[in-house]
Design a protein around this ligand. Structure first.
Ligand SMILES: *Cc1c(COP(=O)(O)O)cnc(C)c1O
Length: 734
């Protein structure tokens, strides 16, 4: 059959309406949808791809380009005719076109129009946009992804710069003993929604960055995330040594030298890429210290273009730079010794006309202290006029942490503010909840989701309907868990009886608690086991059972983190916990989505105040989950006594052992005395009305405040607009 003919099955059903549409035409529309990650936060479009082939869809990480690549236009047309997908494809395609064309009536056009020709350049080492684009490891990446999705939705002029990792972060498997192993898989570039970025003359771009021992080259990819262009630098190019071709293969892989070279490519290479693209940013936003070399290259540009001195250019560039710090853990800040810095920044330093000591001074708290290494957070703070932490509490911690940079100031005057993190609601909200919100909030919530007033209408929701929707999502989570747990058992070649048991693990009526995060020891995944006997009794109560779902990766070099995973995973061999505590391997955006959409309770128990913000609990809120958390990060400013549960009173003992013991006791106490009784308190109609009231209170008080739309609006109003004008402010760093 030629591609202009209509397959007979399609023609039979829809001849009258669709006789104009050829299979190729239909296929092209699907591909156009697949090539802009806009689809990933539109459940109707996600469902459309899934319906083309539900089994393959799951097998290939929900990647629509990979799916379409396996199908011919005729096959797509045939599937579409069987399911009458034609209308849905056409509608989705039209919506995408309208979305892309509509740049004049957005919030950004009204409120951030001055950024128009000189956009924000948003730098981040990772972007978590969708599980099929594996260039993220965890929280920082998901935050960056949510940031640019909301920037797209609000119409804020912004371009994003990151690195392309062709192996991404590792895939996690656990062996029979619960020990984590890491596997790196090559990503097929042709299956990703990106293309070579081109300069204004249409030529693909390669940037070069000089080091003392030769040049590093990187090509530049362009990925479409709604209206936002995401540019990704990739060192796998001719001209690089074989070793350097692998420089950007893995996220957070390699040694210190790999790290500084990646950061050189991201920061300095990123600025060069923008210049080659003909983009003149009005604001540089450095999301975490990884990209903090970027302002040095911008300073060089200003000296070259405008004949400024180094000092003049530094002041000028800092005025246009915004820096966000994410790490309250001292070891989390990248540091490099003088040799590393000189090897990689020596040539740039010479162009800047500054001495080795001057350059090192920019990365030191005490510029003259030769014993101090070069810290990326310090240079980030010194080269930006506005700096922020990511929650109110983290703001306090950061001001104390970096007070010695401004020894003449009292702590409250340390110029680090805070903008609390938020999540991109359309990405994390389950479709049945979207439909519920459409019904009760009116469809305008889609454009006003960052405004608290919109969410007040949730109090009018019918409790039975909310509960039923939540339970449907909980069933979906349980199905997912069973599928995964039995797959894990099959992969380990376990006993048929164990594999069979996995198929019915967990109880749909039991109180279900989720815990998923990086397995770093300060996050204390095993806190609930401090009173192990008491916990076992609580879980095993036949009238009021409780169950826990865990997921999370440990950094490959983090042995204590891996031991924690092992401890949790091996509970399946303990008869007191078997079937009640499960560990899902390979935590990623897909696992996260299932968990935050289906749990009753989201648990978070880090050692206060080490959690900068946390965002996974915010995702649970949107879907009706209740937070049960240490008063740390975002929860310290979110909890009101009625919108979830707290562990500890917002204090921490300086003795870690005492602190952990107290928090562990409080966890079990709150669970036993508050959470379990409230969950199982049913009225005559069988509904837990008080529990549902908390769900409603949680959504009403938290959804807008902890949305990425609110966050991006804050960045625009408190940081970008000021930086675009080059104005100094009360957050002034120098
Ligand atoms: C949301 C998310 C995170 C960050 O959540 P935290 O609360 O900071 O742990 C990490 N990883 C994935 C896959 C996520 O979706």
């Amino acid at each position: 059959m030629s591609q202009t003919e209509i397959p007979s099955s399609a023609a039979n059903i829809t001849r009258a309406n669709w006789s104009e549409i050829t299979p190729q035409h239909l296929y092209d529309k699907c591909m156009a949808l697949a090539r802009n990650l806009w689809w990933s936060w539109h459940p109707e479009v996600v469902n459309l791809f899934r319906d083309l082939d539900p089994v393959r869809w799951r097998q290939i990480d929900h990647n629509p380009i990979a799916l379409l690549a396996e199908m011919t236009p005729d096959q797509v047309a045939e599937r579409a005719s069987e399911l009458v997908l034609y209308t849905r494809i056409n509608q989705a395609h039209r919506r995408l076109k309208e979305y892309m064309a509509n740049t004049r009536t957005t919030w950004g056009a009204r409120e951030a129009g001055v950024l128009g020709a000189m956009p924000v350049a948003y730098f981040s080492a990772e972007f978590g946009i969708h599980e099929s684009v594996p260039i993220y490891s965890g929280g920082l990446g998901v935050l960056s992804g949510d940031h640019i999705k909301s920037a797209s939705g609000l119409g804020v002029p912004l371009v994003a710069i990151g690195l392309f990792y062709d192996q991404g972060y590792f895939k996690q498997h656990l062996d029979g003993e619960g020990w984590q192993s890491e596997e790196y898989l090559d990503t097929k570039v042709e299956n990703l929604p990106m293309e070579p970025a081109r300069d204004p003359n249409g030529r693909p771009i390669t940037v070069e960055v000089e080091t003392t021992h030769g040049k590093l080259f990187a090509k530049v990819w362009l990925m479409y995330v709604g209206r936002v262009h995401l540019y990704l630098l990739d060192c796998d190019v001719d001209g690089n040594s074989p070793e350097d071709r692998e420089l950007t293969s893995r996220l957070y892989g390699g040694d210190v030298r790999t790290r500084i070279r990646q950061e050189l490519v991201l920061g300095v290479g990123g600025v060069k890429a923008l210049r080659a693209l003909g983009i003149k940013p009005g604001v540089y936003h450095l999301n975490e210290g990884h990209s903090a070399f970027a302002p040095l290259e911008v300073i060089r540009e200003r000296m070259q273009d405008d004949g400024m001195s180094f000092d003049e250019a530094l002041r000028e560039v800092a005025a246009h730079t915004v820096f966000t710090t994410h790490t309250p853990v001292p070891a989390g800040h990248d540091r490099f010794d003088g040799g590393m810095i000189e090897e990689h920044l020596g040539p740039l330093r010479q162009k800047l006309g500054i001495s080795y000591e001057q350059l090192m001074g920019l990365g030191r708290v005490e510029p003259q202290n030769e014993g101090e290494s070069f810290c990326m957070t310090v240079i980030g703070l010194k080269l930006s006029r506005r700096a922020n932490a990511v929650s109110s509490l983290h703001g306090h911690v950061s001001r104390r942490m970096w007070a010695h940079l401004w020894p003449w100031r009292v702590e409250e005057e340390i110029p680090i503010g805070h903008i609390t993190n938020g999540v991109h609601i359309p990405t994390w909200l389950a479709y049945p909840m979207v439909q519920l919100y459409d019904k009760y909030l009116g469809t305008e919530w889609h454009v006003r989701m960052g405004e608290p007033e919109i969410w007040q209408k949730i109090y009018a929701v019918d409790p039975g309907e909310l509960w039923e929707t939540h339970n449907a999502l909980k069933s979906r989570l349980l199905e997912f868990v069973r599928r995964r747990v039995s797959r894990q058992s099959r992969r380990r070649n376990e006993d048929p009886a164990i594999i069979e048991a996995a198929r019915s693990v967990l109880d749909p009526n039991a109180l279900t608690i989720g815990f998923a995060r990086r397995f770093a020891t300060y996050k204390r995944a095993d806190l609930f086991l401090r009173s192990i006997d008491q916990m076992a009794d609580l879980l095993d109560d036949p009238n009021r059972p409780v169950q826990l779902v865990f997921a999370g990766k440990a950094h490959p070099a983090d042995e204590p983190g891996k031991k924690l995973i092992q401890k949790i995973a091996n509970l399946r061999h303990d008869p007191r916990f078997a079937g009640r505590v499960v560990f899902i391997e390979d935590y990623d955006i897909n696992v996260a989505r299932h968990m935050v959409q289906g749990v009753d309770v989201w648990l978070n128990n880090p050692r206060r105040p080490l959690e900068a913000s946390g965002t996974s609990g915010q995702k649970a809120v949107l879907n009706g989950g209740l937070n049960f958390s240490i008063l740390d990060g975002w929860w310290a400013e979110a909890y009101n006594g009625m919108n979830g549960f707290s562990i500890g009173g917002g204090t921490a003992h300086t003795d870690v052992e005492i602190n952990d013991a107290r928090d562990g006791e409080d966890l079990v106490r709150v669970l036993a005395e508050e959470i379990i009784p409230l969950f199982y308190l049913r009225d005559a109609d069988g509904l837990p009305h008080e529990w549902i009231a908390r769900m409603t209170n949680s959504i009403a008080t938290l959804a807008a405040r902890f949305s990425a739309h609110r966050m991006v609006v804050d960045y625009v109003q408190k940081a970008y607009l000021v930086a675009a004008g080059g104005l100094s402010s009360d957050m002034s760093v120098r």
